[in-house]
Ligand binder design. Structure first.
Ligand code: LLP
Length: 418
């Protein structure tokens, strides 16, 4: 459920007509609904109200500081995967003790930053990383709280690029060797084992892979406890999917019900790292049709947003629903919706049946709140679009449109070229 709705044929975000925002800020732009963001966070978090838990919003899915502030004010922790994300989370006022740090390639600097900040735990992804963290912690005279991110070898049944819990994926530690790594960790003087973690993939539309994962992790936790290794936290990662088109993922309540039955009696604080399920349907990308073009075998709608603004269709073949901002009855047309980037892979939709639109009209690319702006780039030297946050009948620019000067920030011409 989101707050982008038509009223008398015009698309609104909450109480604000999308056309009004477009007039003020130009196109393309990302538009988020405050009511949807907060409703989705609450829906997820409250589904686990009956147990001790922490919902750590996955910063990578949508990292705007205003949105992180909103979740922080609602009590969220954060799941981070880089020093930059740690910086954002702290700037957003998230207490360090609600931050969990995953990622296969954390650098020493990033580990030290996390240690100095005093984060809740480091989810380790390799034996070498464990040694590096132990050394960093020793230098600082600290004990680093750790979990091992276990790769349970469970098929999440999602796009191969976003599966992370299969044996062939780079993530986590194989279940079989994780136990010996825990035993080593217990012996290391500057590490403190506090949890077990996992994240098996993204855009999951069934609960069974989560349940299979929990079954495997429970066995591990039992074995660890038999060896006096204390496990206080069970981090189940993120991954719950959303409806882009026809998918019917479980509602967070159903997901919670199934997971809670599976973790019954486990005696851990549960940690979740949801991203997409909270922000995905809370954001849209608004773009303007520049040209309509008829090729010999295809129709094209050339719009002013490209793969630099929203890369998901090009990268994963992802479906995003597209609808005209002003909806009046008109014939349908099948077309590719393409951007201005000089690549054949620059499309937002292919062979899509859409109402016939004319140059100058606005289109809303739906479900673009997760991994939308967050994955945008300056490819083709295109300034990135602004992000807008709507609340009731007001809207604010939460990230300005980049300028041409921004594009050159940090670049310099060395003397030997002048
Ligand atoms: N925790 C960890 C350790 C992760 O790697 C991820 C996502 C999440 C949590 C959040 O997952 P979510 O709840 O959003 O599914 N760019 C891709 C998605 C990549 C997901 C990467 N990891 C896309 O646009 O579909």
């Amino acid at each position: 459920m989101h707050h982008f709705e038509y009223r008398e044929g015009r698309l609104y975000c909450e109480q604000v007509p999308i056309e009004t925002i477009a007039r003020e800020v130009g196109t393309p732009f990302y538009c988020y609904s405050h009511a949807t963001l907060s409703r989705h966070f609450r829906a997820f978090d409250s589904s686990f109200a009956e147990v001790d838990h922490l919902t750590c919003f996955s910063v990578k899915s949508c990292s705007n500081i205003a949105i992180l502030n909103l979740f922080a004010s609602m009590g969220a922790g954060m799941d981070i995967v880089s020093g930059g994300e740690l910086y954002r989370a702290l700037k957003a006022g998230v207490p360090a003790e609600k931050i969990v740090f995953s990622g296969v390639g954390k650098t020493e600097d990033e580990l030290v930053y996390g240690l100095e900040a005093g984060i809740l735990m480091f989810n380790l992804e390799s034996p070498q990383e464990m040694l590096v963290l132990n050394n960093c912690a020793a230098r600082l005279g600290r004990r680093a709280p750790i979990a091992i991110r276990v790769n349970p070898d469970v098929d999440p049944k999602t796009h191969p690029y976003i599966s992370t819990g299969l044996m062939e994926n780079k993530f986590g530690i194989n279940l079989d060797i994780s136990e010996s790594m825990y035993i080593q960790a217990k012996e290391m003087s500057n590490l403190e084992v506090v949890g077990v973690g996992c994240h098996i993939g993204s855009q999951l539309t069934e609960v069974s892979p989560f349940l299979d994962t929990i079954k495997r992790l429970r066995l591990l936790i039992d074995r660890l406890r038999e060896q006096d290794i204390t496990i206080r936290y069970l981090d189940l990662g993120g991954g719950l999917g959303i409806t882009y088109s026809e998918e019917a993922p479980p509602h967070p309540r159903e997901y919670a019900r199934a997971l809670l039955a599976e973790v019954e009696g486990i005696d851990c604080t549960l940690i979740f790292e949801p991203g997409r399920v909270i922000v995905g349907n809370a954001g849209t990308l608004i773009t303007r049709v520049l040209y309509t073009k008829k090729g010999p075998v295809k129709n094209f709608l050339v719009v002013d947003a490209g793969m630099n603004d929203l890369v998901r269709p090009s990268l994963y073949g992802s479906y995003h629903h597209i609808q005209p901002v002003v909806d009046h009855r008109r014939p349908q047309l099948t077309a590719d919706v393409v951007g201005p980037i000089c690549e054949t892979g620059d499309f937002i939709a292919r062979d899509r049946s859409l109402p016939q639109v004319e140059p100058g009209e606005l289109l809303a690319v739906m479900s673009a709140g997760a991994y939308g702006f967050a994955m945008s780039s300056n490819y083709n030297s295109r300034p990135r679009p602004p992000e807008i946050l709507v609340r009731d009948d007001k809207f604010e620019i939460i990230r300005a449109r980049e300028t041409y000067d921004d594009l050159l920030k940090g670049e310099r011409v060395p003397d030997f070229i002048r």
